[in-house]
Design a protein around this ligand. Sequence first.
Ligand code: FE2
Ligand code: FE2
Length: 127
Amino acid sequence: MPGPRRNELFRTLWIELAAHEAAEERYLYCELLLDDRGLHASRDALADHHKMDEIVETLKSRDPDARGWMNTVKKLSKELHDHLREEERIFFQLAGKILTKLQKRTLAIRYRRNYLVMHAKYEDESR
Ligand SMILES: [Fe+2]
Ligand SMILES: [Fe+2]
C-alpha cells in the first residue's frame, strides 16, 4: 500500500481513537474513578489509552514508507484489540453494576456530544 494511502487511513484511525478516548475518559472512566469498586479498572483503562496514544505519536512522527512503520501499526492494533476485549469483558460489566440507570443515560448523551466535538477538533487540527 502506498504511503499517502497509509497516511490517510492512519489519520482516520487516530482521529477516531483520540475522539473516542477523550469522551470515554470524561464520561465513563471519570465517573467510575469516583466509586471504590471502579478505581482499579479505570486506572487500567486510562493506562491503556495512554499507551496507545504514545504509539500513535510515534507513528505520526515517522514516514509511513519507512521500515518498521507497519510493525508499529501492528503493535497499536494489538494494544487496541486487547483493550477493547478488556473493556467489553470486564470494564463495561463493572460499569453496568456501578452506574445507575439515570447516570448511564446522562453519561451516554454527554459522551456522544463530546465525541462529536472532539472528532471535529482533531479533524481540524490534522489539516
Ligand atoms: Fe477505552
Ligand atoms: Fe472504548
